[in-house]
Design a protein around this ligand. Sequence first.
Ligand SMILES: [Zn+2]
Ligand SMILES: [Zn+2]
Length: 550
Amino acid sequence: MPKPVRVIFLGGLGEIGRNCAVIEVDNRLLIIDCGLMFPDMDMPGVDLVLPDFTFLRENADRVEACVLTHGHEDHVGALSFLLRDLKFPLYGSALTLGMARNRIDEAGLINRTSFNPVVDGERRMIGPFDVEFIPVTHSVPHAFAIAIHTPQGVIFHTGDWKLDLTPVDGRTTDIARIGAIASGDGIRLMLGDSTNAEEAGHTISESAIGETLRDQFRDHPEKRVVVTCFASHIHRIQQVMDAAIGHGRTVATLGRSMGKNVALARSMGLLNVPDASVIDIDDVGDLAPEKVCVISTGSQGEPMSALALMAAGENKRIKVGEGDVVIMSSHAIPGNEGPVGKVIDGLHRLGCEVVHSGIAQVHVSGHAKGEELKTLLTLARPEFFIPVHGEFRHLTHHARLAKTLGMSDNHVLLCEDGDVIELHDKGIDFADTVPAGYLYVDGIVGDVGQFVLRDRKVLAEEGVVIVVVTIDSKTGDVVSGPEVITRGWVYAPEAEDLLDEAREAVRVAVSGVASTDADTLRKTARSALGKFVNERTRRRPMIVPIVMEV
Ligand SMILES: [Zn+2]
Ligand SMILES: [Zn+2]
């Protein structure tokens, strides 16, 4: 009897981002994707969020390799952290590996891995794993779905995908192969992208955007055009460049990742643009506005991005104003609506015209919607199905879709980060859980825990009040102080009376305690000050009591 096969979910089930799953066959571990997540508003000071890698670290010697579905940061961005602790080879399309390589290189970890390119439809043995790389269409070229032929049947992971029948590069999702696996060996377990599971209908083809872009250039013949989109969206960039060049413009890129990805894609022949049509951003000023198109990063309103600096009038490379139209060829990722809105507002203040997806069809999603998801499920006919890649509501809706197609309740599993699933001869079970909390990265270290974040939130929202008091260690008498220092509670120079009262409240409380124990006095000072602050201002800043003994 074949041994059970396990699937361990380390991230991406309950959030959009930090996608990471592990397949266990014959005691060996294969990682599928290793992504990061960008922080939201209630994670002050956090740069990135990673999967919790405890399970992988504790089983480091069992890790065979990592296979990558595609080059988006939510799938490859955490490799430069995991590779500090572990050594393993990477498999993926040449473009995906090229994109992953950037961050790994910057972290100085190139020698801790190897880059093994695979081509469309390739099937290869990676240790005990029989892995097939199936082409899918997505918002970055050369994405894969992954089929792992295991002793417990085929595990099919869709990766991020859509069913675009007219993709820009003609590379469609290989539904024929997926159907062939389904009607051959059959698909035992399917893990499916749930991002757009709440949306009905079909996602529009990427090539439809080309038309809208051409219209925009036609409608703004006298203006300089700035287009912003994801730096990894090579097909979008291709369409922008085609539209611009078709209207007699030359193109320049702005932003580091845009420059890097464009160079990478051009070197691989994935982005076709004549050399004569590309100029350096610093030469843009020499040309008439109607002769130029700038393609820029910053579509998510990131504060230091090229576009955000432009909107604030602080971009050293380019100043925008009344002669410019800015096309936002993107959609704000949930959580980024605020910063994106601010950027759009700033551009208007400078006199720019702004075209975003609420005004014209300048963006389409890279993920399948309801009807596409149903089509694939019908084609793949999996015995078991687990929705992945989404917030809990997306996973729930995807599970419902599967059930509307006739899958029974006990064949559709709603899993979350940390769940371990076992596939065995008789079926499928929840077998275990592993640590899967958020790992917050600030700077280069990933040790910003829940407590640090909680403190930051209090400091950000309420400020801090520090009280310093010195006592005689023998008598317990107050020798000096209390001193009250504050930031973010009240503005001290204008609140002297209030601070005097606060000092008095602490002095009375501390003097009234018949104890010389520093800990007791600290608690007394804290509670007296906390009570005073709350009663007088109805605020709850962080209270830090410091008791010194002489
Ligand atoms: Zn993606
Ligand atoms: Zn993704």
